[in-house]
Design a protein around this ligand. Structure first.
Ligand SMILES: *[C@@H]1O[C@H](CO)[C@@H](O)[C@H](O)[C@H]1NC(C)=O
Ligand SMILES: *[C@@H]1O[C@H](CO)[C@@H](O)[C@H](O)[C@H]1NC(C)=O
Length: 322
């Protein structure tokens, strides 16, 4: 079951689903960093601009709609949304997933949602971080045996500004044409998230972080890291302070790779992956935040093909994307 992903500015990647009977079409972000699914609701007020600018789900036009009405709110890095729960059939690449509990959004609390290209989100993580007593998308897909193996794979590309073909999401399989070498598998290390344990992160052989968790997140554009690591990372990259910005050399060949170790296997980000040039200034895509784990976002996923295997206790596979 394969879906094509489109992008805007390589910041967001999204694909198409249908909801209800007959299917109402939506663009959604398939988010490995969360487990709930939501769409803008036709019952949102006219004052909610993000809602007005996107496609809205209308339960009255769906014969498979089942009311619930429990209220919820969800917090993301970018902001908060709230609404109420409903249940309906989700259509995806020709398959039908019945009885999915999802959120109808009646309020987007931050204006950032107004400018997003996608209408809603389909969370691909586990029940432990989903709404209480709901079965999230991936688990429902596997329960209803829509795919033979309970896994999916992600392939993302860098594209000029906007592109319809910027990636591929494959449910139930792995596309060996999208990577080179072998897939290296490691166990999922935390409950709820697609989380792995990095044995170390090093620059030119110097450890800058040690035995730390990392979440692989299609819903994050950049790479987030614990605030405590930033000083040693920037020192190792030779960053200089310019006002309140850390700038790096624009001579990429002089910059080191950042190596993330998974036991005997290493994931490497090269300067071409982690440096962006903005108005003549070269800055890195490493962004500090106040948590004690790393978040490997789209920058990482453009370099590595990833497999999310939910069979048994779960594992993740990595190979260099082509
Ligand atoms: C709404 O869904 C939640 C989560 O599945 C469930 O616990 C609750 O009983 C449902 N409420 C109604 C009114 O169906
Ligand atoms: C690397 O480690 C994994 C798991 O610990 C093991 O299965 C694999 O054989 C090792 N590979 C090499 C080349 O040592």
């Amino acid at each position: 079951m394969q879906l094509q992903l489109a992008t805007q500015h390589n910041i967001e990647y999204y694909g198409e689903i249908g909801m209800g009977t007959p299917a109402q079409r939506f663009k959604v972000l398939f988010d490995t960093g969360s487990a709930n699914t939501w769409l803008p609701s036709s019952s949102c007020p006219t004052t909610d601009i993000a809602c007005q600018r996107h496609k809205q789900y209308n339960s009255q036009q769906s014969s498979s709609y089942v009311a619930n009405g429990s209220k919820f709110s969800l917090a993301y890095g970018a902001g908060m949304v709230s609404g109420y729960l409903s249940q309906d059939t989700l259509h995806l690449a020709g398959a039908q997933l019945s009885g999915l509990t999802f959120g109808e959004i009646t309020q987007h609390h931050q204006t950032i949602f107004e400018s997003m290209s996608f209408d809603g989100i389909v969370g691909l993580a586990f029940a432990a971080i989903a709404w209480h007593e709901t079965t999230p998308f991936l688990e429902l897909l596997c329960q209803q045996r829509k795919i033979q193996q309970c896994l999916f794979s992600v392939y993302l590309r860098q594209q000029p500004v906007a592109a319809q073909a910027a990636g591929e999401l494959l449910f139930g399989g792995v596309n060996s044409a999208r990577y080179k070498g072998e897939l290296h598998y490691v166990p999922v290390s935390g409950e709820g998230y697609w989380q792995i344990q990095l044995s170390g992160v090093a620059v030119r052989g110097k450890l800058i972080d040690n035995n730390v968790a990392a979440i692989v997140d299609t819903g994050t554009s950049l790479i987030l890291l614990p605030q405590r690591v930033l000083g040693s990372l920037y020192a190792a990259l030779g960053a200089r302070m310019l006002g309140d910005i850390y700038s790096l050399s624009c001579k990429l060949e002089e910059l080191p790779a950042v190596a993330m170790h998974l036991g005997n296997f290493t994931l490497t980000l090269t300067p071409a992956d982690y440096v962006v040039e903005i108005e003549g200034l070269c800055i890195s895509i490493f962004v500090p935040f106040n948590y004690d784990f790393w978040v490997l976002g789209d920058v990482f996923l453009r370099r590595y093909y990833t497999v999310y295997d939910a069979e048994g206790s779960g594992r993740m596979g990595f190979a260099e994307a082509v």
